[in-house]
Ligand binder design. Structure first.
Ligand code: G
Ligand code: G
Ligand code: MN
Ligand code: NA
Length: 253
């Protein structure tokens, strides 16, 4: 309850902020996208991880206003970077199932893009396999979102309990291989086989495949050898404040 009230306050009083993690072309090393990740610096308790407060926000329904704030902030920031002449790259925003199920979600995304002036093609919504719990409604909503011109990614791919058959039906652009698969690709042959298979399947189905949680050069090499084009992880960069990411853009990486 205390945390819940705190979060409500944080939202009202602008105590949330976004960090941005680069997504990198594994061949060229170029930054080709950025994922927005929400942060909460509590006045007394300090840093509170989204792994803690996002589930709370989902339970209490606060995720809807919180998600709106994140979306608008992330889109405004990317629009500002575009206007400043940095590379025109997309912004990826995490979306909870609960947000998608909100009746006003599509309208809200549409309105936000319009208000901010960001072209829809530069927005990628990251959803998890949990949206498959309600496959019919999710398919409908995702189709409407795609009609706006934005992109959709399946986040944490391979960790949900859903059947793979959804991949044939849902209008998806990218799949993001979960960090847990990437962790042991070098040392566990089975993990390597899994990752290689996910990459092949993704490519054959026409998706872009992004590997998450890359921490070592060996992982980068393995992924490159197996035709994965894009990666994200501490090896390239931790999630950064907007200012720090801007410095990185300016330094030409
Ligand atoms: O950035 P970090 O690893 O601390 O994030 C922890 C978890 O919180 C991840 O699962 C991430 O997807 C989730 N998360 C971070 N930012 C957001 C957000 O803006 N919205 C939602 N729904 N989840 C987020
Ligand atoms: O669920 P999602 O994939 O959105 O969560 C991303 C989370 O993973 C964020 O909290 C981010 O801070 C974290 N993260 C990103 N790259 C790495 C990494 O290389 N190693 C670890 N341990 N965490 C990472
Ligand atoms: Mn994500
Ligand atoms: Na992710």
């Amino acid at each position: 309850m205390e945390l819940e009230n705190g979060l409500r306050k944080a939202l009202e009083q602008n105590q949330l902020l976004l960090h941005y993690q680069p997504q990198v072309d594994l061949q060229s090393g170029e930054i080709i996208g950025v994922e927005a990740l929400v942060r909460w610096i509590h006045k007394e308790h300090g840093f509170i991880s989204p792994a803690e407060f996002i589930p709370l926000a989902e339970e209490t329904g606060l995720i809807v206003p919180l998600g709106k704030w994140v979306l608008k902030e992330a889109c405004s920031q990317m629009k500002s970077w575009h206007d400043q002449g940095f590379a025109k790259i997309p912004i990826a925003v995490n979306i909870s199932v609960r947000q998608i199920q909100d009746d006003h979600f599509v309208d809200s995304v549409k309105r936000t893009l319009k208000e901010v002036g960001l072209e829809p093609t530069y927005l990628e919504l990251e959803i998890t396999e949990s949206v498959m719990q309600n496959i019919e409604k999710s398919t409908l909503i995702l189709k409407q979102l795609k009609e706006l011109g934005l992109k959709v990614s399946i986040d944490d791919f391979g960790t949900g309990y859903s059947s793979l058959s959804y991949l044939k039906h849902l209008p998806i652009d990218n799949i993001k291989i979960d960090k847990s698969f990437v962790d042991d690709i070098i040392y566990h042959i089975n993990q390597g086989v899994m990752v290689k298979t996910i990459i092949d399947m993704g490519i054959n189905l026409g998706f872009n495949v992004i590997a998450e949680g890359i921490e070592t050069k060996e992982q980068v090499n393995f992924l490159k050898e197996n035709a994965c084009m894009v990666g994200q992880g501490y090896f390239f960069s931790r999630p950064l404040t907007a200012d720090k990411l801007e410095e990185l853009f300016k330094s030409g990486q």
